[in-house]
Design a protein around this ligand. Structure first.
Ligand code: FES
Length: 579
């Protein structure tokens, strides 16, 4: 089979006669393709350094003219005939922070096609639509916004524009090839958003912020109560999260009308509130959601600062509190490819999924916001200034601050490190009692560990108690699901940890405190914010959309019985005793 060498990226084999654009995308090479491979936009340009491709097509000759001689080709028009070396122009991206993104084959959700808007019969719209159809782009209707643009731009000689076509609809007419999608992960405590270039599939920006719903309560139970008991509760909560998302759009610095697609992931309560649906049925037995399927709406209906015609969709809910965020994690981690595997996503709500053969079970547990650094004396999110790693020795404390600089607080992974180190040194008992020793001081009759005296960053006894509760809730759920599918810890092929908190985590310390079962460290994989990655995959790939819907069908959501005695037992810090 011929080999394709992509300069600076790598090498792969393809069938002779394979389309070069499809081959590059299949192997995860970020390449723009505004017109969806119709040879119309010129965005999929690559430079052939050496080797053999099919002869240039008429469309390439028209679009590339002099560039053809210099080795440039349109990947969508070229087929691989033998070994070839190409150079793909690098697009400026902000980079994907702390996330593992599996390669996906992109099924372009958006076409950007150059057109001329001509005054013609029987109407400007019909002339434009039939012109697009002649170019092979399926268009059935156009939006009012596009019609308004036609009215302004139509001329006898024709005005050049770029048509934005999405799912058979001509949604807009613009001046350049910039079309974006917004992927959003709505967490109970924080909201993350990424801006996706819909032509290339690359991430061009990413932002995170606290969820403005926090002012109505720190956890999902408080939010449900607020929604269920206040006259305008649901509206207030919906407006709060929309405000947060809109502020993220502002920070992403893109003209909001250029965002044509939005995909949202989040736990069940967050998704209900996003659409303005009262989540009250999740607040009482049998804790069922109002809807599970993937919903869709338009940007304008929801008050989002995106193109008013933007298609807004959500990942499906699995059941109970296990929502689209877990579906996103499962897509991002490729969980279906493993035989026996456990996945955890630790946020304000902890979600655990265990797979054995074709059985897949999931459960959710309220862990509280401690892992996200909220509610602890010096807690903060895993952002610049947060202590993310700690090493404690008899000689003193060493720590690492995200972004360097002075420590402003401690994030979840820093707290796990601290607990593990203090346990090892005997400064913390299994029951969570702090002992006197170096760096430990007494304040108002209670002991606290001093991480940084100058800036007063400490771990208090009360912080330890809150962290113990969070760890115990997750541990109990993990053990219950493993037992349910009769999986022994040593059978696990992989332990997948999702969530921003997880990405900074030291696996041996997570095992030391009992948050993870004791497995070989090489089996622990951190995927970062899988919920956000899953939303991006759902936006860009038809296969990912099909898989998400399949997961919603096959994954069984279970309730973990909460026996007080068993929970008290799990409050003990330390390595696992088998379930
Ligand atoms: S010209 Fe190749 S994708 Fe548009």
């Amino acid at each position: 089979m011929p080999r394709v060498l992509v300069r600076g990226v790598g090498e792969f084999e393809v069938e002779r006669g394979a389309n070069l654009l499809e081959a590059l995308r299949k192997f995860g090479v970020p390449i723009a393709a505004g017109c969806g491979g119709h040879g119309l936009c010129g965005m999929c340009r690559v430079r052939v350094v050496a080797g053999e491709l099919s002869p240039p097509t008429r469309r390439e000759a028209a679009l590339l003219s002099g560039l053809l001689e210099r080795g440039w080709r349109l990947a969508c028009q070229a087929t691989v005939m033998g070994d070839v070396e190409v150079e793909v122009p690098v697009r400026r991206t902000a980079g994907v922070k702390h996330r593992l993104r599996p390669s996906i084959s992109i099924s372009a959700p958006l076409f950007l096609v150059p057109v001329k808007i001509v005054e013609d019969t029987p109407s400007v719209e019909e002339a434009l639509i039939s012109g697009l159809r002649r170019l092979g782009v399926d268009v059935r209707t156009s939006s009012i916004r596009a019609l308004a643009a036609m009215a302004v731009n139509a001329s006898r000689g024709g005005t050049e524009k770029v048509a934005v076509v999405m799912d058979g609809e001509l949604v807009d007419l613009i001046d350049d090839y910039r079309g974006f999608g917004l992927a959003v992960d709505i967490g109970t405590t924080s909201v993350a958003a990424s801006l996706v270039d819909l032509a290339s599939g690359s991430i061009v920006g990413e932002e995170v912020s606290l969820n403005a719903q926090l002012k109505f309560g720190g956890d999902i139970i408080a939010r449900i109560q607020y929604a269920a008991t206040r006259v305008n509760g649901v509206r207030e909560l919906q407006e709060a999260v929309m405000g947060t998302i809109n502020s993220l759009v502002e920070r992403l610095k893109v003209p909001h009308e250029r965002i044509y697609r939005v995909v949202v992931a989040g736990n069940s309560v967050m998704l209900h509130l996003f659409y303005g649906v009262n989540p009250r049925t999740l607040g009482s037995l049998p804790f069922e959601p109002v809807f599970r399927r993937s919903l869709s709406a338009r940007g304008a209906e929801l008050g989002l600062r995106v193109n008013p015609q933007a298609l807004v969709e959500s990942l499906p809910i699995l059941g109970g509190y296990v929502g689209g965020d877990v579906v996103g994690d499962m897509l991002a981690s490729r969980i279906l490819e493993y035989g026996t595997v456990m996945m955890i996503d630790v946020g304000t709500n902890g979600e655990v999924v265990v797979k054995k053969g074709d059985k897949l079970v999931a459960a959710s547990t309220p862990a509280g916001p401690a892992f996200e650094g909220v509610g602890l004396s010096h807690g903060m999110m895993a952002v610049e200034g947060a202590v993310e790693r700690v090493k404690v020795g008899w000689g003193g404390v060493e720590y690492r601050v995200i972004g360097g600089g002075e420590p402003q607080g401690i994030c979840g992974s820093g707290y796990i490190d601290l607990l593990a180190e203090l346990l090892r040194m005997g400064l913390l008992s299994e029951s969570g009692r702090m002992m006197r020793g170096p760096q430990v001081r007494e304040k108002e009759g209670v002991l606290e560990f001093v991480l940084d005296e100058e800036r007063g960053v400490t771990l208090t006894q009360l912080d330890v108690r809150k962290l113990q509760l969070a760890i115990a809730a997750v541990k109990m759920t993990e053990k219950y699901l493993l037992k349910l599918l009769k999986v022994r810890v040593e059978e696990l092929e992989k332990v997948i940890v999702a969530g921003d908190f997880g990405y900074h985590l030291d696996p041996s310390n997570a095992m030391e405190v009992g948050l993870l079962p004791k497995v070989d460290e090489s089996l622990v994989e951190f995927i970062g914010n899988g919920s956000l990655t899953g939303a991006e995959m759902y936006m860009l790939s038809r296969e990912a959309r099909d898989e998400a819907l399949r997961l919603a069908d096959v994954c069984e959501v279970v309730e973990v019985p909460r026996h007080d005695r068993a929970f008290i037992e799990e409050l003990k810090l330390g390595r696992w005793r088998e379930p």
